[in-house]
Ligand binder design. Structure first.
Ligand code: SAM
Length: 339
């Protein structure tokens, strides 16, 4: 099988010089110039022959070249920084018009209509031939994956095409958290939110020194395939709330964080109820809770919310804030009296 290859091109280093693309520290730009590494990232996405790919944050285009060389049919790139557009246009010409360039922010870009309709697959089928690949700044990749996880749960955005696969980079530690098993020190809110919706694989890590300029941390490449059947069958916001509360007090026994789901006056009774309904030992630590435990807790919390329609809107942080304002008001008025 002969795959399409790009014609000889200036190196990425030359492109950076040619277009004066100094990395912007404020935008956390770190470039990958080693084409062996960019090829390795793209190989982890799977077989891209005739695939439709969205690359997020192409920058000077190292990963972009690897995608084009992998036999992709069509490549949509979304880049925020206008300085990279001329270099990307050059790649478009070299690939005979395969690259569609969008200058914009991936956090607001709508991907639900970005690809042809014939690519859409039913959720239960194999994943569609649509892939998302990207090496984004860490401050973008984490909020972005949370947004995409919610879209997986609702089957919206890029997931209107079916179980679109993603290959993305994260800070090494974040990649470890996403794949952390029950009982592991790295187990956090992100482990549960990722693993209840996706089959997730930490493919390999790249040392910081491979990037220009060198970031302070190493980088993990993570591959996500949305699951046909999520491991928790409840709305995303409900799962997020339970998981967030449990891990709010991550070093304490799990009943402590769980109890924050309930208003003070019902706290003891409802915490006991949720633990009994979910069959969870109150003295397990959050990191020791398995996916089955979280499934039980979310289902039990859903049952309690169905019995009391005000329960879901209860937020302990809001209650704390109100208490603080109240005590501040009292202090102010007392001080007023003294004055
Ligand atoms: N992919 C290139 C590479 O591996 O060498 C560049 C990586 S650099 C870490 C991140 C790239 O994402 C930069 O080109 C930056 O301008 C772009 N970027 C940052 N925030 C973005 C956003 N919200 N939407 C789209 N692109 C963004």
């Amino acid at each position: 099988m002969t795959l399409y290859r790009l014609p000889p091109l200036p190196t990425i280093r030359d492109i950076i010089k040619l277009y004066n693309l100094r990395a912007e520290k404020q935008l956390s730009q770190n470039f990958l110039l080693d084409l062996k590494l960019t090829d390795k990232i793209v190989r982890k996405a799977g077989n891209l022959k005739n695939a439709y790919v969205c690359e997020v944050g192409p920058g000077p285009g190292g990963i972009t070249r690897a995608i084009l060389n992998s036999g992709a049919e069509d490549l949509l790139v979304v880049e925020k920084d206008t300085r990279f557009i001329p270099g990307l246009k050059m790649l478009n010409e070299a690939s005979m018009g395969k690259v569609c360039i969008v200058q914009g922010d991936i956090l607001t870009y709508r991907m639900d209509k970005a690809f042809p309709n014939h690519l859409r697959k039913a959720w239960e089928e194999d994943p569609p031939n649509v892939h998302i690949i990207g090496n984004l700044p860490f401050n973008v990749s984490t909020p972005l994956i949370i947004k995409w996880l919610e879209e997986i749960s609702n089957r919206t955005g890029p997931f209107t095409y079916g179980r679109t696969q993603m290959t993305l980079t994260f800070q090494h530690e974040v990649a470890e958290r996403m794949t952390a098993a029950t009982g592991s020190k790295q187990r956090t809110r992100l482990s549960i939110m990722t693993q209840y919706l996706c089959q997730v694989k930490h493919c390999f890590s790249i040392p910081g020194r491979a990037f220009v300029p060198k970031p302070e941390v190493d980088v993990g490449v993570v591959h996500f395939t949305p699951l046909i059947q999520p491991k928790i069958d409840q709305p995303f916001k409900l799962v997020e709330k339970v998981v967030q509360n449990v891990f709010h007090l991550r070093r304490k026994y799990c009943y402590r964080g769980l109890s924050l789901l309930f208003p003070e006056e019902q706290r003891t009774k409802l915490t006991e109820q949720i633990l009994t309904l979910a069959n969870v030992e109150p003295t397990l630590r959050p990191s020791e809770l398995s996916m089955k435990h979280f499934q039980g807790l979310c289902n039990a919390y859903r049952g309690l919310c169905d019995q009391d329609l005000n329960l879901f809107s209860y937020n302990f942080r809001e209650e704390l804030r109100q208490k603080r304002t109240k005590s501040q008001d009292t202090q102010d008025s007392e001080e007023g009296e003294i004055l």
